[in-house]
Design a protein around this ligand. Structure first.
Ligand SMILES: [Zn+2]
Length: 451
């Protein structure tokens, strides 16, 4: 592993700036093996104080505590900063204030013992459906995202250039999780039959809406177009060109419309093909070998994203592709009411599937944090760099006998499963599976609602 941390004169670890766009973090085999060997179970977390409370509210030493919250004793994985080691993380004013080998409990008003857990940047899921008052299959973003450690969820085209303001007012603005959006090239968004109407696909109108909300709309989406021809893809790419944003493509081959032409002739470098391991995508040739044109597309800068969904993640495509080194640039869920059930496509479960397909945990984290953040051109997300929003996931890695289901409802047995035990958004605890951050009720006095 390339160690690029350094110590400042006061002893604190200073983190470097995030790597250049698209640069992949290299992790040595020794660090990977060390992680795989370690059995890390948050469920056995030891209390921070002898009274049996995980929240250490003991009196600090001399001076006023500088931090509001301290995650102490965890194993931190922050691929953007090449960090993969036991480290503490302190939060102040909603930002990451310090990351160091050891930060004294007395320096923080609240201390959460996360020993036995992995501490990662808040996860970034760039393909979900959270226009809860709009399209049928959509879910409320907080309810899906926060229990999954997802602190940035990107809606993938549920709304279009006609109804995005409604989506923003009713769902995005009230949400606790950060919600961003790819804007559907179809003005009405994902509303069934109207997705086939070319008159709804207006590149100029879509680009105009993107420019109106540049802080929230990260690109353009095209999906579900079942007529022959390239109208949907080409108008989405035109909207991307006019707004200088990437396009996410959900694609199906038809006579005269090939996957090869999509990747090599219609998409631009930086555009994202989602559903890469879908059964209907010819990633592999008839001999099960990754098609050469797919590798060529990656070489020219096309991004490949998982987009699990109800129909788009198949072990019989993913496993041979992974064995041949064709790994996803980003792991995303295509989470909605149907993918949430039998295929169990939530973020930590999708990450667990890759773990059990042989991808080392640091690589899984890389593809669930900083990689997707860079794809949507938000490099400040998906990292634990000092000064960034304290969006943090604390994950436990359970060991045992587990089964994982793909979109065809077939099973893969596995021995490791991730769980999200704690999620911080802007430094606030918004999900806490085991009450790690709260005192035992016997000792909490006549509490109302604790903060
Ligand atoms: Zn989708």
């Amino acid at each position: 592993m390339t160690t690029i941390v350094r110590k400042a004169t006061d002893g604190r670890i200073v983190l470097p700036q995030a790597h250049r766009n698209n640069e992949r973090t290299r992790l040595s085999m020794s660090s990977v093996k060390a992680l795989l060997v370690a059995t890390l179970l948050c469920s056995g977390v030891q209390a921070a104080d002898p009274a049996g409370r995980n929240a250490d509210t003991s009196e600090p030493g001399p001076g006023v505590p500088s931090y509001e919250l301290l995650l102490k004793g965890g194993h931190l994985i922050d691929p953007a900063n090449s960090l993969d080691a036991p480290m503490d993380l302190a939060v102040s004013a909603g930002k990451v204030a310090r990351v160091a080998k050891s930060i004294a409990a007395a320096e923080s008003k609240k201390v959460v013992d996360v020993s036995g857990c992995y501490v990662t940047p808040g996860l970034v899921d760039i393909h979900a459906h959270v226009f809860a008052h709009g399209a049928d299959l959509n879910v409320f973003p907080d309810v899906y995202a926060l229990p999954n450690g997802v602190t940035t969820v990107v809606d993938a085209g549920s709304s279009g250039w006609k109804n995005f303001p409604e989506f923003k007012a009713k769902v995005i603005d009230p949400a606790a999780v950060r919600v961003l959006a790819f804007l559907n090239i179809v003005g009405a968004g994902m509303m069934g039959k109207i997705e086939q109407d070319e008159n709804e696909m207006d590149a100029a109108a879509a680009a105009e809406m993107i420019k109106r909300f540049p802080e929230t709309i990260v690109g353009v989406k095209t999906a579900h177009f079942l007529k022959p021809g390239w109208t949907a893809v080409d108008r989405a790419v035109e909207a991307g060109r006019l707004s200088n944003t990437p396009v996410m493509v959900d694609f199906r081959e038809l006579p005269g419309r090939s996957y090869e032409d999509l990747l090599l002739k219609h998409m631009r470098p930086g555009d994202i093909h989602t559903h890469m391991y879908a059964e209907h995508i010819p990633l592999l040739n008839e001999n099960g070998v990754v098609n050469e044109f797919v590798r060529e597309a990656r070489h020219r800068g096309i991004i490949f994203d998982v987009g699990h969904g109800a129909g788009s993640f198949w072990f019989r495509v993913a496993e041979p592709a992974l064995k041949q080194g064709f790994i996803p640039d980003s792991i995303s869920t295509d989470y909605h009411k149907r993918s949430a059930l039998l295929p169990n496509a939530g973020m930590v479960m999708t990450m667990s599937k890759f773990l059990n397909l042989g991808m080392p945990l640091p690589e899984v984290v890389l593809r669930s944090t900083v990689n997707p953040a860079r794809q949507i051109r938000r490099p400040e997300l998906g990292t634990l760099s000092v000064g960034t929003a304290a969006d943090v996931a604390v994950l436990s890695l359970e060991k045992g006998n587990f089964g994982f289901v793909d979109s065809g409802h077939a099973k893969m047995n596995g021995d490791r499963r991730l769980q999200c035990v704690l999620t911080l958004r802007n430094g606030r605890v918004l999900w806490d599976l085991n009450g790690l951050s709260w005192p035992d009720w016997h000792k909490a006095g006549k509490y109302k609602v604790l903060n």
